[in-house]
Design a protein around this ligand. Sequence first.
Ligand code: GLU
Length: 391
Amino acid sequence: MGLNNDIVNYLSNPKRILESELEVRGKKYAAYRIQYNDVLGPTKGGIRFHPRVSLNEVKTLSFWMTLKNSLAGLPYGGAKGGVIVNPKELSERELEELSREYVRAFYKNLGAWKDIPAPDVYTNPQIMAWMLDEYEKIVKHKEPGMITGKPLELGGSKGRKYSTAQGGVFVLNELLIKLKKSFQKKDIKIVIQGFGNAGSNAARILYEQGYKIIAVSDSKGGIHNNEGLEIPEIIKYKEENNSLKGYKNAEEISNKELLELKTNVLILAALENQITKDNAANIKAELIIELANGPITPEADEILNKKSIMVAPDILANSGGVIVSYFEWVQNLQAYYWTEEKVIKKLKEKIIKALEKVLEISEKKKVSLRTAAYIIALERIIKASKLRGEL
Ligand code: GLU
């Protein structure tokens, strides 16, 4: 892009880093909220509860949110939050207390026109409900647009629950048509790493559309059947057992083996740094969809590019979540709620428009889809920064 040093320096640092220590029943948990850049509007991005959260991770995730929101054409800057905690070790009451503590620590910097959190890894609509409730108690007025990913009863949007996966499926369908021209869905093999909100909903939607899902995994390991897995049965099994381990009608497989399976499509829906310089050469997929944030390291990205494996980058492929968060916020501001059909139709329009722009720039400049996505996202941010006189 030929950016000068001033611009690179400006883009290389977050605008606001908020840190706190949350105390729940005598135990302390480090908590962060980073508002990376706000030239396009109030900042937006999820809150992650995970033992491996760190300041640097939240910083990076908030930068990616800034790009993601810009690429999708949303009127938002980017932010991210995190707490270093294993929520699986907390009771329901402790989890509620932690969520409320988070808002007590950061409420001054949150709000529908300031910074709008949402779910991320190991956070969910119930946690958003506690956070909204705490915020409204402190500020003494109702403000549903201060957070998204809420339960429907508290102003959530229809379709938000599966929107990250749905957006990824829209992208996947379009890119397969580009790659293969004509194909039958039942002949397309798909492998999915990660069985949380994004991964399990992607498995469900793709199964319903007739694709063949041959392997799925969660943090404890995976299952594989080359003839195709019975996804509805597996979703039920995971709900009942909290894990995929022990599922009968498939062979066990490690996460490492799963990534290297021969498949048409590989969907990465777990955490960062899954494909690295150590395993990139062994990847056999034709198309990779990044439903997680940052699952491929920069070195691995180069190796995959050389192997001509097409990668739908995170800031495009998983933007369905924040796109429907935006619709939720719009509905909150209007206090008028849409049908599920309308939400999904508008999601499709927005994500396909972003994809088409990415494909156009990628072809024009002969760069990867990721580089094209970065160019489009950064151009919009830089223009807005200049208009504001920040650059
Ligand atoms: N945590 C999601 C993401 O990484 C959603 C963010 C949002 O809806 O604000 O994109």
